[in-house]
Design a binder for this molecule. Structure first.
Ligand code: NOJ
Length: 576
């Protein structure tokens, strides 16, 4: 009898959660804005963005209308990978400010009704973290088991795994004559999640941050925590192909046990937002991580749509190929359909690791930059999921082209140039520079363009990374003084999401998936339907999609409606 009752309650609980997947959780109606603190706003004249700078700009984000801010890491770090190499989880990098500044940021944000989600980097630490310093001292140091150490095999690395930043994922340490694993730079040793003491230490740190007032976590490469059994070779690595082993290592055998434990120990005790960065996941995997009954995370960041223009020659993202719209539609539609009623999508075009979306999927020429950026925003913001806006996306910031590799700061870009051009001689410097213009992470990391004063109003000192030289035209101040600007278009999209339930709950149905110029889809709910139409080309197109005469245009990037005629990069949404 008791068993049956428990089973019934379980079914009921599952149903309740399914209902919630139709948009009843606060984070399902939220729009998130990502800040890359180093490049957002400097306040103390050192050329580096900081927390007081962020505080000063919170009213701007409030006026945009977002509900949540995701902060890339602000913890103490030697900055080998701009803060994704943490040397102390409970201290703030002095360049960014103090713990008192962080407290002030939380309280100002909360007063404005904004929530703050912190980046949580727990697949690895910096090699300057006290745990790693102790770990490398001797084989019997208590912290040895916090990291992944292996003996050489035949005088070489223990296996063929390749770091995501190029080269072997193993580094030899002279003191103890063993290798340690680093899936990113040598200064980012991987933590050993097999060790329960380490796991509980991380959970305490998370709890500490939640008690400081944090409203959620974005979890860095969270599906890499559990490594493949016996550390077998990555079959994709060959003499010709040295690309990252990340996707091979992802989704290891114990990952769900770890995340369920984390959920039980920490996450389930707070009403927070959680999103896991999960390279290489399929929709099936995503349901395991963030399904209604998974008890792990609320959302994942999948990578498939960001890989549409990857190299066909095995260089991963190092390519300058133009994406194919049909492939993009197939991927996004698959994620919309497969997760419907089962899990929740995160919707993003770009972040601090991806090039600027208007340069990549739109058209950043003077003529089409704003109109194509509005079209891209429309396409994404009417899908089901939680949208993420990356700083500067709302004013249409673009990629940069610097003439020399020495001007690039990103470790990933510099390592790739060293490996592919200098060491392996697999391409000419010119070819690699053209790939860098297309894909380098520095495209997204140039300082935020606030106004047309010196250094775009980001700093009055030398900025840590040069400002894009188009800042006198593309900046926040110009956007705020133009009622037709991209900023106000994003503001409207965000407002619509808050006020129009079908955007959160409707069923997605793609139209004419094989059309390689126009992306059209419907969102269907019981009492309303949305028809979203985006012309991805600079050519006029003629398309007819069924809709009643009573349909009204909810939003469009042109002033009038020409019915079946679509102008360059036109986007419109009908409601009926
Ligand atoms: C993913 C982060 O988004 C990226 O910026 C970082 O370099 C790697 N993880 C390593 O932490």
């Amino acid at each position: 009898m008791r068993k049956r009752l428990r089973k019934l309650l379980l079914v009921f609980d599952i149903r309740l959660k399914e209902v919630n997947m139709t948009g009843e959780q606060w984070w399902q109606q939220a729009v998130v804005y990502q800040i890359y603190p180093r490049s957002f706003q400097d306040s103390n004249h050192d050329g580096i963005g900081d927390i007081p700078g962020i505080i000063a700009r919170l009213p701007y984000l409030k006026s945009l209308g977002v509900q949540v801010i995701w902060l890339s890491p602000i913890y103490e770090s030697p900055n080998d990978d701009n803060g994704y190499d943490i040397s102390d989880y409970c201290r703030i990098l002095p360049e960014f400010g103090t713990m008192a500044d962080v407290q002030e940021m939380f309280s100002v944000a909360h007063r404005l009704g904004l929530k703050i989600m912190m980046d949580l980097v727990i697949n690895h630490t910096s090699d300057e973290h006290a745990w790693f310093k102790a770990s490398r001292q001797s084989k019997d140091n208590p912290y040895r088991q916090y990291y992944i150490w292996r003996d050489p095999v035949d005088g070489h690395e223990p296996n063929n795994w390749q770091s995501d930043f190029g080269g072997s994922a193993w580094a030899f340490d002279d003191t103890t004559q063993q290798y340690y694993l680093h899936l990113f730079s040598k200064k980012q040793p991987d933590l050993n999640w097999e060790n329960p003491t380490l796991r509980h230490e991380i959970y305490s740190m998370m709890t500490w941050w939640l008690n400081q007032g944090v409203d959620g976590f974005r979890m860095d490469v969270i599906n890499l925590l559990s490594k493949p059994v016996h550390f077998v070779d990555d079959p994709n690595v060959t003499t010709e192909n040295h690309s990252s082993s990340m996707n091979f290592i992802a989704n290891g055998p114990k990952i769900h046990a770890y995340l369920q434990e984390m959920n039980h120990e920490v996450l389930s005790k707070y009403d927070i937002i959680t999103v896991g960065e999960t390279p290489g996941v399929t929709t099936k995997d995503a349901i395991k991580y963030a399904g209604t009954t998974a008890n792990e995370l609320q959302m994942t960041f999948q990578f498939e749509h960001t890989e549409v223009d990857n190299s066909r020659e095995g260089f991963g993202k190092w390519s300058d190929e133009r994406f194919n719209l049909v492939t993009l539609k197939r991927i996004l539609s698959k994620w919309q359909n497969d997760l419907y009623g089962k899990a929740w999508n995160s919707l993003y075009w770009n972040n601090h690791d991806r090039p600027r979306v208007v340069s990549r999927f739109g058209n950043d020429s003077d003529q089409y930059r704003v109109i194509s950026a509005k079209m891209l925003a429309t396409t994404l913001h009417f899908m089901q999921g939680t949208p993420y806006i990356y700083q500067g996306e709302e004013i249409g910031m673009t990629n940069v082209k610097w003439p020399s590799i020495t001007q690039y700061k990103d470790i990933d870009t510099r390592n790739a140039y060293d490996d592919l051009v200098l060491k392996q001689k697999r391409m000419t410097p010119d070819k690699m520079m053209s790939y860098i213009y297309h894909s380098s992470r520095d495209n997204a990391r140039t300082p935020m363009q606030w106004d047309k004063t010196l250094n775009a109003g980001f700093t009055d000192d030398k900025p840590w990374l040069p400002v894009n030289n188009n800042y006198s035209e593309i900046n926040v101040s110009a956007a705020l003084s133009d009622k037709q600007s991209l900023f106000y278009y994003y503001q409207k999209l965000i407002h619509l999401r808050q006020t129009m339930p079908p955007i959160t709950t409707g069923k997605y149905v793609v139209l004419d998936i094989a059309d390689d110029s126009v992306y059209a889809y419907r969102r269907i709910s019981d009492d309303a339907q949305l028809l979203v139409i985006s012309n991805f080309t600079e050519k006029m197109q003629k398309r007819h999609y069924e809709r009643p005469d009573s349909a009204t245009v909810l939003i469009s990037n042109y002033d009038d409606d020409l019915g079946d005629t679509l102008r360059p990069y036109e986007a419109k949404v009908y409601l009926f």
